[in-house]
Design a protein around this ligand. Structure first.
Ligand SMILES: [Zn+2]
Length: 90
């Protein structure tokens, strides 16, 4: 099941909206991942394999600040990331 937001599909690891083909990660066979972005997931593996949820949250918050996203949106993302598929199974 894809998670859709007004922006499109979001990465189930870091919550980045994925709108273009290039935004998506890749599976082991080179096909496009349906759930994870290319920052998080390449060739069937998480690029930050050992990262904790807190590290991913901090990384996303930092990236959002660099994109000049409003602080309340960053706060929402911090609360949202723990509900994503990658983290729910832990
Ligand atoms: Zn991601």
């Amino acid at each position: 099941m894809e998670t859709r937001t007004p922006q499109g599909v979001i990465c189930q690891s870091c919550s980045m909206p994925m709108t273009k083909k290039e935004d998506f990660g890749t599976e082991k066979d080179g096909s496009q991942s349906k759930e994870y972005c290319h920052y998080c997931y390449q060739a069937g593996k998480f690029t930050d394999g050992g990262a904790t949820m807190e590290q991913v949250i901090e990384k996303s918050a930092e990236a959002m600040r660099q994109m000049q996203m409003p602080e309340n949106l960053i706060e929402q993302t911090r609360k949202y990331i723990p509900t994503l598929k990658r983290w729910k199974m832990n």
